[in-house]
Design a binder for this molecule. Structure first.
Ligand SMILES: C[S@@+](CC[C@H](N)C(=O)[O-])C[C@H]1O[C@@H](n2cnc3c(N)ncnc32)[C@H](O)[C@@H]1O
Length: 206
């Protein structure tokens, strides 16, 4: 399979080489909580949870959180953060392309897991997100914008892989997902990247 492996990510955590990590939750999480997009009591899956800032804050906001990561160091960091903040969530060491929840959830918080996967895996991942959510459930997505000059020559570079909006429309088609009208909020990242914040709703007949 193309793209990064679990040991690639494990090493990044062990070497503290985690440039995507803000050291705190994305400001978009607070915005979605304040807007009632994510509510206390909601069941929320956080795929590719990394060091778990958002997991702890979602748990602190009263959500029932399941966090997934296949790098054991990420799982450990997330569990530590929960213990330090006296919050609770289920933290599972698993591949997002394989794992299934016991029951469909209300929301998925997708932050830099999609862009961590090689584009050849994107359709399999999108199918997973659709399966995990109940009809009417929401995918709170932060689509990483990291377009590189080499893309003009057809070179695929990453992670992070650029989550071009045209590709996102193809991956999450309107037949299965309700899209809000653009423009979308571009959330700045300390590394100079931006993420497009979009809430997609899973349609009934998906
Ligand atoms: C770029 S980091 C983002 C971490 C976190 N979401 C954040 O924004 O700080 C990507 C994370 O996804 C995890 N990951 C990548 N592919 C995965 C897979 N197939 N299954 C589970 N976790 C995966 C990595 O181990 C890493 O922790």
């Amino acid at each position: 399979m193309r793209g990064p492996t679990p040991s690639f990510w494990q090493q990044r955590f062990e070497q503290r080489n985690v440039p995507w990590d803000r050291g705190q939750s994305s400001p978009q999480l607070a915005a979605w909580l304040a807007a009632g997009v994510l509510r206390p009591g909601d069941s929320v899956i956080v795929p590719g949870c990394g060091s778990g800032h958002e997991v702890a804050d979602l748990a602190g906001a009263g959500c029932r959180v399941i966090a997934l990561d296949y790098a054991p160091a990420a799982v450990e960091l997330t569990r530590q953060r929960l213990a330090e903040t006296a919050r609770s969530a289920e933290v599972i060491c698993a591949d997002v392309l394989q794992w299934q929840p016991a029951a469909p959830c209300d929301a998925v918080y997708e932050q830099t897991c999609l862009c961590a996967l090689h584009p050849e895996q994107w359709f399999a991942y999108a199918r997973q997100l659709q399966r995990w959510l109940r009809p009417g459930g929401v995918l709170c997505a932060l689509f990483m914008q990291v377009l590189r000059d080499s893309a003009g020559q057809g070179v695929i570079e990453g992670p992070p892989y650029h989550c071009d909006i045209n590709a996102m429309r193809s991956l999450f088609p309107a037949s299965h997902w309700e899209w809000p009208k653009p423009p979308y909020t571009a959330v700045p990242h300390p590394r100079g990247w931006t993420e497009l914040a979009v809430v997609l709703t899973r349609r009934d007949a998906a």
